[in-house]
Design a protein around this ligand. Structure first.
Ligand code: AP5
Length: 200
């Protein structure tokens, strides 16, 4: 199964991806995680991405598309993947379509978490507090100020993807404001229904 999880920062894409990897036997491909690893390792990509990420803006399409193109070639992604945080612009979505079409494969479904934006900054603040309490490094973009820029980037550059995928008949929406377990249950029901339709 090849799935995209869409939604603004803090919508629950990462949380839900981690919960379904084992069920479907496919990896979570998080461009945010890949970029943070590149920044931590000080690779050329990381050096280019660091300041943009810390400001809450989007890293260039060319960099991110290159990372994803390489990642989906890896053995564990052959049977499918969960894209978390990619695509984030229409250009990235078009590049993904071209990548998959070259391989003769297609996306199965795109699930968007619909959330109340006013609740998201609270989730991000909580995550920062909990991470610090565990003695782990807090994401530099998990501050209320940077969060505003992340949300703005989402509204301007990523929100148009809902129409992009709805137009292709791929978009499904679920309520991301429910408790985490309830969101997982709904997500699994959507994906299982889809898998059953494809198999029949
Ligand atoms: P990325 O790492 O993708 O961050 P993001 O999209 O801003 O998403 P988050 O990780 O903050 O949120 P999430 O939706 O995964 O929520 P989560 O499950 O963690 O990107 C970071 C940066 O990298 C970008 O700003 C950009 O610079 C760059 N980048 C990445 N991809 C890029 C791309 N494709 N193109 C260009 N640049 C790119 O949950 C958040 C918190 O809420 C957690 O504490 C969780 O416990 C809690 N929570 C989750 N669900 C619920 C719930 N239902 N109820 C209550 N709390 C909940």
């Amino acid at each position: 199964m090849r799935i995209i999880l869409l939604g603004p920062p803090g919508a629950g894409k990462g949380t839900q991806s981690e919960r379904i990897v084992a069920r479907y036997g496919i990896p979570q491909l998080s461009t945010g995680d890949m970029l943070r690893a590149a920044v931590a390792a000080g690779t050329p990509v990381g050096l280019q991405a660091k300041a943009v990420m810390e400001s809450g803006g989007l890293v260039s399409d060319a960099i991110v598309v290159g990372i994803v193109a390489d990642r989906i070639e890896e053995a564990d992604a052959k049977a499918g993947f969960i894209l978390d945080g990619f695509p984030r612009t229409v250009e990235q979505a078009e590049a993904l379509d071209a990548m998959l079409s070259d391989k003769g494969i297609a996306l199965d479904t795109v699930v968007e978490f619909v959330v109340d934006e006013n609740a998201l900054v609270g989730r991000i603040a909580k995550r920062a507090e909990e991470t610090a309490a565990r003695g782990q490094p807090v994401r530099k973009d998990d501050t209320p100020e940077v969060f505003k820029t992340r949300l703005e980037a989402y509204r301007k550059q990523t929100a148009p993807l809902s129409d992009y995928y709805a137009g292709g008949g791929l978009l499904q929406t679920i309520d991301g404001m429910k408790p985490v377990d309830a969101v997982t249950e709904h997500l699994v029901s959507v994906l299982d229904r889809h898998a059953a339709t494809v198999a029949s």
